[in-house]
Ligand binder design. Structure first.
Ligand code: LER
Ligand code: MN
Length: 271
């Protein structure tokens, strides 16, 4: 398993569950100095960072890009894959395609979290899931052609009313036409929604391509009450080899959150 830490690079967004915040150079240096294998980037769009600049930075620091988040498409531009307006859904697909292409240059998959959207007031759940499936079919193929998976993230009920649990998300992605859509196990969301996080991981292990490493209160692992030992054992049992990426609040400070994260990573996920 490989360690990663998040970097937020969207000027309009001032708070959220990301460890490092501007600048990219300094954050990558700090992550590398602590021994992280990779960074996960949250950028405004797929063109926000010049690929040659990022290439230079990651090579110079011997660090990888674990994944790229697409959430700014919703938070900044108001786009989702389930907007009732077909033109907005098309823009959401284009935004994510662009992000897939950006990440693929670094073998990093794009993550669909908040861009999945919600069933809006008066909307129909089946219709919204059908729109989500349409978007993921197009985007999964696009990702597959670019040589990366597409990572779909079940979120907790306070963030989406589409799919909250792994049982439902797995049933849903198994109905897609594409096989390139995989799942993200965000331990913060799972703590709210799953009956047992280790059981969900064991049951659906073959679909898990990325892990968001957060304690029950979305602080660094070890600073909440999640039973991480059992979760780590489950991830070892499914032979998970992907990233364990800290998507947490920068509390009490980015540096302290990062240090606690890498300490917890080494404690529970011996390399
Ligand atoms: C995104 O990875 C996520 O977990 C959501 O809660 C958006 O912040
Ligand atoms: Mn997450």
């Amino acid at each position: 398993m490989k360690s990663a830490v998040t970097i937020a690079l969207v000027p309009q967004i001032k708070t959220g569950p990301w460890v490092y915040w501007n600048t990219l150079e300094e954050s990558i240096k700090k992550a590398a100095a602590l021994g992280f294998d990779a960074v996960e980037l949250f950028t405004a769009n797929g063109n926000a960072i010049e690929a040659s600049r990022l290439e230079h930075l990651v090579k110079g620091s011997n660090i990888h890009i674990a994944a790229v988040g697409t959430g700014a498409g919703k938070v900044v531009q108001g786009l989702t894959l389930t907007d009732p307006d077909a033109a907005v859904r098309r823009q959401a697909v284009d935004f994510i395609k662009n992000m897939i292409d950006f990440g693929a240059q670094f073998r990093a998959p794009a993550i669909i979290g908040s861009m999945q959207g919600n069933v809006t007031a008066g909307g129909n759940h089946q219709q919204s899931l059908a729109w989500l499936a349409d978007g993921l079919n197009v985007l999964g193929k696009h990702a597959g052609d670019a040589g990366v998976p597409l990572i779909y993230e079940p979120l907790n009920r306070y963030e989406t009313n589409l799919l909250n649990r792994f049982d439902d998300a797995v049933e849903f992605i198994n109905m897609l036409e594409t096989t390139h859509v995989k799942l993200l196990a965000d331990l913060f969301h799972m703590n709210i929604e799953e009956q047992s996080i280790p059981s969900a991981i064991r049951k659906h292990g073959r679909y898990i391509e990325h892990v968001h490493f957060a304690d029950s209160n979305r602080k660094a692992m070890g600073w909440g009450h999640t039973a991480i030992h059992e979760i780590a054992t489950a991830l070892q049992e499914i032979n998970y080899t992907g990233y364990i990426s800290a998507e947490i609040f920068p509390l009490p400070s980015p540096d302290e959150a990062a240090v606690q994260t890498i300490r917890a990573f080494h404690t529970y996920f011996k390399k």
